[in-house]
Design a binder for this molecule. Structure first.
Ligand code: ADP
Length: 493
């Protein structure tokens, strides 16, 4: 038997998952690492911590799976996106902590660029809005603030890139300096239409284009792991940013395929095929995982407060004692009795983009009880997801008829049924919900020619449950009207 090792390097933890060639998970191991908050709004990781967590989870997972080095076919990587690491090409030593995607230290610089009118140009080339969230301004910050970066740059000895590039370089013993399209498309330096680092953007952020890594398809023979580093030498066959990897893991291979991850927030990606749509609703355009050099695109949007509203009901209001109880309470009543809960705890994202919006519960009467409020909270998640997906379909000018789901809150059957009804689309829940790592597995398995093509792959993770829409149009319209009124109220000052 042969096995594939997938590394899922996330924001708070690193996992290694061992798959057999049939796509079954044989064993896994997970390790959290330190989150560094030097001052409010700043978030860093120690790259050495990240690398050692990777080595440690691989070793533990292999031991658990009783897999010998000689049985490893290849390795694949999926990773937190946008986070930037800089290191010394000679020694491999990081010259500063990784600047994590959440880090806001460059927000004033981004605001300045917006005020100077750069946004349309940046959006046109990268599909992104200028924001400190993306890598470009973080790279600029390192190059301008860290003396070691300046001196290494002069000696032509500076490496700088996203987490995948750092791991690839380290695991190959300093031999491979590459990234993939999905990660490159989050840097704000990559032209997603021409598939190249953009000279104008590199000049704007003062990042010399020649120090950036080579960009390859997500399913690709990147090179080999170094025996000295991992104990075994195998091909590195896939790299993908986490959200795009999960889109691929959900088998959303065609134009019109949509996936929603219901976690703390909700993350939506819609495959738009060969066409890169520029959103009129503040969504992002990004590159999909590719198995070949022809680009394909997705629209991406998120809901800031998804499952987090259920945590809020549990931990702050004490209306429920477990997240799962929310389902029982929601189903104990026929409706919310006119109650709406807009969880605009941090303002409203797409398509409203109103950071002054405030959370609210509206429509309360003497007859309102906790079940109504809990139900309204779950419905609020579905309405928000629907608002984003509706914006996406408007941008693409095409309806979606099914939505693939994953993430913690997708276990809530009430939520899934309501989503199907309010979005008038079937909700498809796969058997294996760990789709982020699965995407990187598929990509690696394709590179290794274990599967003949995408159709073949669909057999690996069958749909476990389908929630068809059952609500009539009139009822849907009445509910959506109520939600739209509540959204307006949440923005009333
Ligand atoms: P993340 O990766 O963002 O930490 P997870 O995918 O682990 O998120 O999902 C956790 C979130 O899902 C939490 O916000 C939790 O409140 C919510 N959640 C988990 N189970 C349920 C459930 N049965 N019903 C509703 N929400 C749930």
């Amino acid at each position: 038997m042969k096995y594939i090792v997938i590394i899922d390097q996330g924001t708070t933890s690193t996992r290694a998952i061992i798959y057999n060639t049939g796509g079954e998970v044989i064993a896994q191991s997970q390790e959290e690492f330190k989150q560094i908050y030097p001052q409010p709004g700043y978030v860093e990781h120690d790259p050495i911590d990240i690398l050692s967590s990777v080595r440690s989870v691989i070793s533990t997972a292999l031991t658990k799976a009783r897999v010998k080095y000689s049985q490893i076919l290849c390795l694949g990587i999926t990773n937190q996106r946008e986070t930037v690491v800089a290191w010394d090409k000679q020694t491999g030593e990081p010259i500063y902590n990784a600047l994590v995607w959440q880090c806001r230290r460059t927000k004033d610089r981004c605001l300045q660029l917006k005020q100077l009118g750069y946004e349309p140009m940046v959006q046109k080339k990268t599909g992104l809005q200028i924001d400190s969230y993306f890598s470009a301004s973080k790279m600029e910050w390192i190059l301008q603030h860290i003396d070691k970066a300046k001196s290494l740059l002069q000696k032509n000895q500076l490496c700088i890139g996203t987490i995948d590039t750092y791991l690839l370089w380290q695991l190959s013993g300093g031999k491979i300096y590459k990234t993939d399209y999905t990660n490159a498309s989050r840097t704000m330096l990559y032209n997603i239409h021409e598939l190249r680092w953009d000279e104008e953007l590199c000049a704007l952020f003062q990042v010399p284009v020649e120090i950036l890594p080579e960009v390859c398809p997500s399913s690709h023979l990147y090179g080999y792991t170094d025996k000295e580093v991992l104990g075994f030498e195998v091909p590195i066959s896939s790299i993908a940013g986490d959200q795009q990897s999960s889109l691929f893991g959900q088998c959303c291979f065609e134009k019109g395929d949509l996936k929603v991850t219901y976690g703390t927030g909700c993350f939506l990606l819609l495959n738009t095929g060969k066409e890169a749509y520029q959103s009129k609703n503040g969504l992002i355009t990004t590159l999909n995982c590719q198995t070949v050099d022809t680009p394909s695109y997705a629209l991406e949007g998120s809901v800031f407060v998804g499952g987090a509203v259920i945590q809020w009901l549990r931990d702050e209001l004490h209306l429920i004692s477990t997240s799962a109880e929310s389902e029982v309470l929601a189903q104990s009543v026929d409706s919310t009795n006119g109650v709406y809960l807009v969880p605009a705890f941090v303002g409203l994202g797409a398509p409203y983009w109103n950071f002054d919006a405030e959370g609210l519960i509206t429509g309360i009467t003497r007859g309102t009880n906790r079940s109504h409020i809990v139900r309204a909270a779950l419905e609020g998640i579905a309405y928000q997801v629907n608002d984003v997906s509706t914006s996406m379909t408007k941008d693409m000018n095409q309806q979606v008829h099914f939505i693939k789901v994953d993430g913690g809150a997708s276990a809530n059957q009430f939520l899934m049924e309501f989503q199907a009804n309010i979005s008038n689309a079937s909700i498809l829940s796969p058997l294996n919900k760990e789709v982020t790592a699965l995407g990187a597995f598929y990509l690696a398995a394709l590179q290794q020619k274990l599967y003949s093509g995408l159709e073949d792959i669909k057999q690996v993770n069958p749909i476990e449950k389908i929630y068809p829409p059952t609500m009539n149009e009139d009822k849907r319209k009445i509910l959506l009207d109520g939600w739209n009124k509540a959204i307006k109220k949440s923005q009333y000052k």
